[in-house]
Ligand binder design. Structure first.
Ligand SMILES: Nc1nc2c(c(=O)[nH]1)N[C@H]1C(S)=C(S)[C@@H](COP(=O)(O)OP(=O)(O)OC[C@H]3O[C@@H](n4cnc5c(=O)[nH]c(N)nc54)[C@H](O)[C@@H]3O)O[C@H]1N2
Ligand SMILES: Nc1nc2c(c(=O)[nH]1)N[C@H]1C(S)=C(S)[C@@H](COP(=O)(O)OP(=O)(O)OC[C@H]3O[C@@H](n4cnc5c(=O)[nH]c(N)nc54)[C@H](O)[C@@H]3O)O[C@H]1N2
Ligand code: SF4
Ligand SMILES: [Mo]
Length: 694
């Protein structure tokens, strides 16, 4: 039959992966008709995705086709921060950047005066960290310590377990007890929550440990609400009860752990009473939780990064990571714990990022304290910053310092972005970035065990370019002749995994592109440490860590209380009596999606949850406008008085774009640049404030 050309439409379904900073890394199916993406859904065949996307990415086409996209390269015409730009060509933009970078590199300050600033706007290995790293390494720019999210927890977990490896998320449906610790899974780890729900239907008990009565905590059988930053004490208290009551797997401890006797002596003082006092909960809650944990099996912990954004976050995670070994929970695939599965993938970072190209021995700047780094006297000062995959003006702590840093007239600022964010307003040169539908990438996950390919679904919109291509072009402009700067995205994707590793044997980039996803070669009923084999120096779960102690850290997991709390800083707590946390809002992903009308509408306006016991003495009623402040700054929100926040804690779901709030500020006006005990991480949730009615 002849083809009727008048109605023929080219229609295809493209396999991709969700790029967002979320443990679920969903497999996507995008329907493309005549070059335009018309539908997006979760791949039904991918076990971790099971055909379901979260509400944000189910509307990803609104993001891709938004009329708010940065359409072409631009140059600043207004004052810094004003956000006024005029169109220029890519040629002009690249020439400007190359000339400024070359000038700085040739000056006495040298290339170290240039700083890349990026995080996880996209988690694909190519667009997250490949050609960009090669470029800045070869340039000799300052290095960036990418610590804003997970550094403390990762370091604490690694001290006990050895690497970011843990339970298979698919096994949680077989658990009998699940502790959801510092995680609002419904918002931030939806596909785990589905498994937890299934476990619940099968009779499992779910316990949330969170100072906030999140949507997740509300749906668990039990909710334990410690004060922020006190989880380390809670974990030590649980150990105390487990040991005192003999609720231990002695055989597992003898064979597969290191330092039990020292740990037992160490936690002797952590009685339920002392623990309860440190955490602001009841002693009976500590004992009951320990008894559940010691007697119901398989017992699983899903711990997330929400509990480690405090002074003692690293040690708290260490203590939690020790719990499964004490009760032998690792013996069962549905027992143990998961923080991140990222370490299960044999990523070839060396091949992707080429640290061997580094010129000299450049300094490292911690991204958390970017406010200080841009403002304090440094030798050399930061004279240029290139921001991509991140929105520091909105997400970095102590906004007043960050904004003042970016406002420096003498700072040359490049921002490569999908949207004109708070940070983009400060750019001298603003470059348009592609979305996930417009470029190629290869993905691992930090919540499941599949590798994924992201095929390009549509042509880039406007003049947008992928991160990789911009750095390829900049490298050529700067005269970098190493062949690695000519690698295509396909070349890069082929080198992302170490080919000699058995976990990825049997598939390659070509099969991954075709099939979209592939499970790593780990058993289906995966129990990574059933027979020990921890990737620590001793091969055991290390209650006592010699490697930490060699670095001047405590050999045993300590309780390090919050830096800003009544027990540690009474004078400060008298002026600012409320502990303040700003966890993710369900409809935003950090500051991503916080500019798109549908999601902003869902969230309404910036809110502050307060307990009636804290609202009443301040004369604050539900719906009042309130000001939240401390010595670092202030912002306003609408009070929501109820039982979501526990007494003594104020909660502002985040991260709003500053320029889209009524007062032009967000929660980071009050947060601190101080760092964690391990990993030099951020302490967003270690923050005291006072709240007044406006
Ligand atoms: N919808 C949505 N999903 C997201 C994100 C998002 O912004 N929005 N962010 C993504 C990112 S960047 C990450 S890192 C991951 C993980 O994201 P996380 O930041 O871990 O986010 P949540 O899982 O929401 O967990 C935060 C929970 O920890 C609680 N919490 C705060 N302080 C403490 C504490 O001291 N102790 C305890 N026990 N709990 C505390 C908060 O009240 C909140 O309910 O999620 C990702 N997924
Ligand atoms: N108060 C408070 N602050 C927080 C947190 C909190 O809980 N409370 N959470 C913290 C955490 S856990 C994290 S991880 C950080 C996250 O902070 P960021 O990593 O900065 O995350 P986003 O705010 O989502 O900004 C990512 C930006 O990258 C852009 N982008 C996406 N894809 C691409 C691409 O392919 N190329 C380029 N060039 N750009 C792209 C997006 O448009 C977006 O504007 O925020 C932290 N800040
Ligand atoms: S749940 Fe997470 S991985 Fe899945 S679509 Fe949403 S943001 Fe992406
Ligand atoms: Mo994060």
């Amino acid at each position: 039959m002849p083809l009727d050309l008048s109605t023929a439409r080219e229609r295809r379904v493209v396999r991709g992966a969700c790029p967002h900073d979320c443990p679920d890394t969903c497999a996507l199916l995008t329907t493309v008709e005549n070059g335009r993406a018309v539908a997006i859904r979760g791949a039904p065949d991918h076990p971790a995705t099971a055909g379901v996307l979260c509400t944000k990415v189910a509307r990803y086409l609104e993001r891709t086709y938004s009329d708010q996209r940065v359409p072409y390269p631009m140059r600043r015409v207004g004052r810094k921060g004003e956000g006024r730009f005029e169109r220029i060509t890519w040629d002009e933009a690249l020439a400007t950047i190359a000339a400024r970078f070359a000038g700085i590199a040739a000056s006495p300050d040298g290339a170290q005066a240039i700083l890349p600033y990026s995080y996880a706007g996209t988690m694909g290995h190519l667009q997250y960290g490949s050609m960009d790293r090669r470029f800045f390494h070869r340039l000799g720019a300052s290095l960036l310590d990418r610590t804003i999210c997970s550094a403390a927890g990762k370091a604490g977990w690694a001290a006990a377990i050895g690497a970011s490896v843990g339970m298979d998320v698919e096994q949680y449906e077989n658990s009998r007890l699940i502790l959801i610790w510092g995680s609002n899974s419904i918002a931030s780890n939806l596909h785990f929550w589905t498994r937890a729900q299934e476990a619940k239907r099968r009779g499992a008990k779910l316990v949330a440990i969170d100072p906030y009565r999140s949507a997740t905590a509300e749906k668990c059988h039990e909710h334990i609400a410690p004060m922020p930053g006190t989880d380390g004490a809670l974990a030590l208290g649980l150990m105390h009860v487990l040991i005192a009551e003999g609720l231990l797997d002695r055989d597992y401890i003898d064979r597969y752990t290191l330092g039990f006797e020292a740990l037992a002596a160490h936690v002797r003082e952590w009685t339920p009473e002392r623990t309860a006092q440190a955490c602001g909960i009841g002693a009976a809650q500590v004992t009951a939780l320990a008894r559940d944990y010691g007697t119901i099996g398989p017992a699983a912990i899903r711990v997330n990064y929400g509990m480690q954004r405090v002074a003692g976050g690293g040690n708290a995670m260490r203590a939690i990571a020790c719990l499964p070994a004490l009760v032998g929970a690792w013996r069962h695939p549905a027992g143990g714990a998961l923080l991140s599965s990222a370490g299960t993938y044999p990523i070839d970072e060396h091949a992707l990022q080429r640290p061997d190209l580094v010129r000299g021995s450049p300094r490292t700047i911690n991204m958390v304290a970017i406010g200080d780094a841009l403002q304090d006297a440094r030798d050399p000062p930061i004279r240029a910053i290139y921001v991509y995959n991140s929105n520091p003006v909105a997400v970095a702590p102590e906004s007043s310092r960050v904004r003042a840093g970016f406002a420096r007239e003498d700072l040359f600022c490049v921002v490569h972005e999908v949207f004109q964010t708070d940070t983009a307003d400060f750019a001298d040169v603003l470059l348009p970035a592609t979305t996930q539908l417009e470029h190629v990438d290869i993905h691992s996950s930090y919540g499941h065990l599949y590798a994924l390919a992201n095929n390009q679904a549509i042509e880039p919109l406007g003049e947008a370019l992928p991160n990789t291509e911009v750095f390829r072009r900049l490298a050529a402009r700067m005269g970098f002749t190493e062949p690695c700067f000519r690698d295509s995205d396909e070349d890069l994707a082929r080198m992302a995994f170490r080919r000699d590793d058995s976990r990825v044997s049997g598939f390659d980039w070509d099969t991954l592109k075709r099939d979209g996803w592939r499970r790593l070669n780990v058993p289906m009923a995966y129990a990574p440490f059933a027979h020990g084999g921890f990737p620590t120096p001793s091969g055991k779960c290390e209650f006592v860590s010699e490697s930490l102690s060699r670095r001047g850290q405590d050999a045993l997991p300590q309780y390090i209380p919050p830096r800003e709390a009544a027990l540690t800083n009474a004078a400060l707590a008298r002026r600012y009596p409320l502990a303040f946390i700003s966890p993710p809002a369900r409809n935003f992903l950090n500051s991503s999606f916080a500019n798109l009308p549908a999601f902003v509408q869902e969230e309404g306006t910036p809110k502050l949850d307060l307990h009636p016991d804290d609202a009443a003495p301040r004369g604050i009623a539900d719906g009042d406008r309130v000001r939240i402040y401390n010595d670092r700054g202030s912002f306003t929100a609408q009070a929501r008085v109820g039982h979501k926040a526990r007494p003594g804690v104020a909660v502002a779901p985040s991260v709003w774009w500053q320029k889209l709030t009524p007062d032009g500020r967000n929660a980071n006006a009050v947060t601190s640049q101080a760092l964690t005990d391990l990993g030099r991480g951020a302490t967003f949730y270690d923050c005291l404030v006072e709240v007044v009615r406006e």
